[in-house]
Design a protein around this ligand. Structure first.
Ligand SMILES: C[S@@+](CC[C@H](N)C(=O)[O-])C[C@H]1O[C@@H](n2cnc3c(N)ncnc32)[C@H](O)[C@@H]1O
Length: 642
């Protein structure tokens, strides 16, 4: 369902006051005054909340459902429908509180499902099984049944080839058998069996199971001295048509890594419970634990839950349910709240106030945003993100009113939850929350590059966003319909690596695509799309020179497009070679094995042929494909929309 951005204007229209509201809002030129106005307006119309909304009843009903769900889970399990059993037990894990017997049962049953879940690769299912066993043991699994869990853990470690760990678990099982409810005969039989298992472990050769090491790419030329997420080969500079941007200080080659950025702030999409919501983890996992207080965010481990609490979740937790009920985009509302509480509490009231007051005043000047008085760029993620350009002037009155009212309501919830903000700071701090909403709306909602994705269908490259993240440094790159850099690697990776896909001579700007490409769409469509989504008129070379789309791009070398006639023979020969290679099946299967060849061919054309030229554009496309490995992760083999 599309977010309802006309929620507040509809309310005011009903009271017949909308025209006046628009007029007054438009006449106020500072964000603080607009915030104060929206807050007063809501107060007058009785639309400011006076208490927090609580999950109460909803959560109780879910908890009562658990027993029934466990029974259904058993039916699926015994009917060997392991995927349905997994879904059902996972619901139970979500609905029950960690530390309770019910929670422990749900985890223990789910561990048994993982053990049998043939659809998952062996190592994955065994690791998940062990994780759930460990958690069930930590949550109050009944003492008289603990031997079963240790036995299961022993089998799983054994199957993973880890003899020593298997022995430890079997030995624990032997001890725990004394607590089991059974006859003396049964106990002695069982102990005999476990001792045989222990003996078998001695014969097991330790296997080294390769771990999926995600190698993080290194920045070409090393780290930038001021902005560590950027390469040393670039600098921040202002361009008259695009504002702040990133420019090459040396020649950059295709394949060079120009930025490695981590999300500064992120949140899993609310519909997705396959992801750890702690934003420094964001691991895809089937094995989740909900926050025991709000039950709205999930973690892959207790450690992540603890770190998330220290990083601000403890503060947003009491108002999570209220935020969930607000109009607009739930995911982004939550993200804005997370961003606000984290920075506000990190900096403290006065520091936060002083910083945002300055940023709210100067953000209109592109080169001042983020720069100190001595023109040194402040690499703090908060400054980079908070000072991001987002064309507020182009935003419709509807949306402007929406965000100021939404910010005022969110702010009220914060104050009701106990955050004490003196009156003299209130409007500035409130306006900072509204600015966060604008920034996230402009830069997060619409850019899929900011959303870790999983493939929507196994056979296609289309992807589904599973989380929303603000990558502060990536946002410094301006857009081109003919990008010379691109995000490489797996789209579900939390860390984003930007690589050059074309040669970028010293002094030129590094440009990424915000989602449109001159090869696929004509100028009019692109302009409309960019203006609709991002509210700017594209000033890239492809738009300014009105380059034709792919099917009209010249494919032949002629005196019109050949810049160096002396090299005509060499270029013709190389073009022929490129065409032969790229029609070859083995090349299509593994273009990444030919990257160096593609880079050399591209550089040859870059220097000697006028663009657009079909083979140049095709070569860029192949480089992009080779840089993007959309790995089919283990979890996507299952339909786990829980
Ligand atoms: C993600 S920000 C990029 C950094 C921005 N230039 C700044 O000063 O913060 C996107 C904004 O940059 C500007 N921009 C980016 N690409 C552009 C282009 N091709 N033509 C014109 N303006 C552009 C627009 O104002 C856009 O809203």
């Amino acid at each position: 369902m599309d977010p309802d951005f006309s929620f507040y204007s509809r309310r005011f229209r009903m009271t017949g006051s909308l025209d006046n509201v628009y007029e007054t809002l438009a006449g106020l030129d500072s964000p603080e005054l607009r915030f104060a106005y929206a807050r007063d307006l809501l107060k007058v119309h009785g639309m400011l909340p006076t208490e927090l909304m609580r999950p109460g009843k909803e959560l109780m009903i879910k908890r009562e459902m658990t027993d029934k769900l466990l029974r259904i889970g058993h039916e699926h399990f015994h009917g060997r429908d392991f995927v349905l059993a997994l879904k059902t037990y996972t619901k139970c894990v979500k609905y029950t509180e960690p530390g309770t017997v019910q929670h422990a049962y749900a985890l223990a049953y789910r561990s048994a499902v993982y053990y049998h879940l043939w659809k998952l690769p062996l190592e994955v299912r065994y690791e998940l099984c062990l994780t759930d066993i460990r958690r069930a043991i930590e949550s109050q699994y009944p003492t008289q049944l603990l031997y079963k869990l240790y036995e299961q853990a022993g089998h799983t470690e054994y199957n993973l080839g880890r003899g020593e760990k298997a022995k430890l678990n079997y030995s624990e099982c032997l001890k725990r058998l004394d607590d089991g409810v059974m006859t003396a005969e049964q106990r002695s039989q069982h102990k005999k069996l476990i001792k045989e298992y222990i003996k078998k472990c001695d014969d097991l050769e330790e296997r080294n199971i390769p771990v999926d090491q995600h190698s993080i790419e290194k920045l070409s030329g090393g780290k930038h001295p001021v902005i560590p997420a950027l390469s040393k080969l670039v600098k921040l500079q202002c361009s008259p048509t695009m504002g702040r941007g990133v420019f090459a200080t040396e020649d950059i080659n295709p394949g060079d890594v120009v930025a490695v950025d981590e999300p500064y702030i992120s949140g899993a999409s609310l519909h997705n419970s396959l992801l750890c919501h702690y934003d420094k983890c964001m691991k895809l996992t089937c094995s989740i634990i909900p926050c025991p207080n709000c039950s709205l965010v999930y973690f892959c481990s207790k450690e992540c839950m603890q770190k998330a609490n220290e990083d601000g979740h403890a503060l947003e937790c009491p108002i999570m349910f209220s935020i969930k009920s607000l109009p607009g985009d739930i995911n982004l509302n939550q993200l804005a709240m997370r961003w606000f509480v984290r920075e506000y509490f990190k900096l403290n009231l006065i520091n936060y106030y002083v910083l945002v007051k300055k940023l709210l005043e100067i953000y209109k000047e592109p080169m001042v945003r983020g720069f100190s008085d001595s023109h040194v760029y402040n690499s703090e993620n908060f400054v980079t993100a908070f000072s991001m350009h987002c064309n507020e002037k182009e935003i419709s009155m509807d949306l402007l009113l929406f965000y100021f009212c939404l910010g005022a309501v969110m702010f009220e919830y914060l104050m009701i939850s106990g955050i004490d903000i003196p009156n003299s700071y209130l409007n500035t701090i409130g306006a900072s929350l509204v600015r966060m909403l604008f920034i996230l709306d402009t830069h997060c909602r619409k850019l899929t590059v900011n959303a870790p994705c999983i493939p929507a269908e196994l056979t296609k490259r289309s992807t589904l966003p599973i989380a929303y993240s603000l990558y502060p440094t990536i946002y410094l790159f301006n857009h081109s319909c003919d990008p010379n850099i691109r995000c490489s690697g797996d789209m579900s990776d939390r860390i984003r690596v930007m690589k050059a896909i074309q040669p970028i001579p010293k002094g030129s700007q590094l440009l990424m695509s915000y989602g449109v490409d001159f090869k696929k769409e004509n100028k009019e469509t692109r302009i409309n799309e960019l203006s609709d989504l991002f509210k700017f008129n594209c000033e890239c070379q492809a738009c300014v020179e009105n380059w034709p789309i792919n099917c009209y791009t010249p494919i032949r070398l002629t005196s019109l497009n050949l810049l160096n006639v002396n090299l005509a023979d060499t270029i013709t020969k190389e073009c022929k070679k490129f065409m032969e290679l790229t029609t070859n099946e083995s090349f299509k299967q593994a273009p990444h094995l030919h990257l160096n060849y593609l880079y050399d061919f591209l550089k040859l054309l870059f220097c000697n042929v006028k663009r657009p030229f079909k083979l140049y554009e095709n070569c860029v496309t192949w480089i992009c494909i080779a840089h993007t490995s959309v790995k089919i992760k283990d979890l996507e083999l299952l339909d786990l929309s829980l």
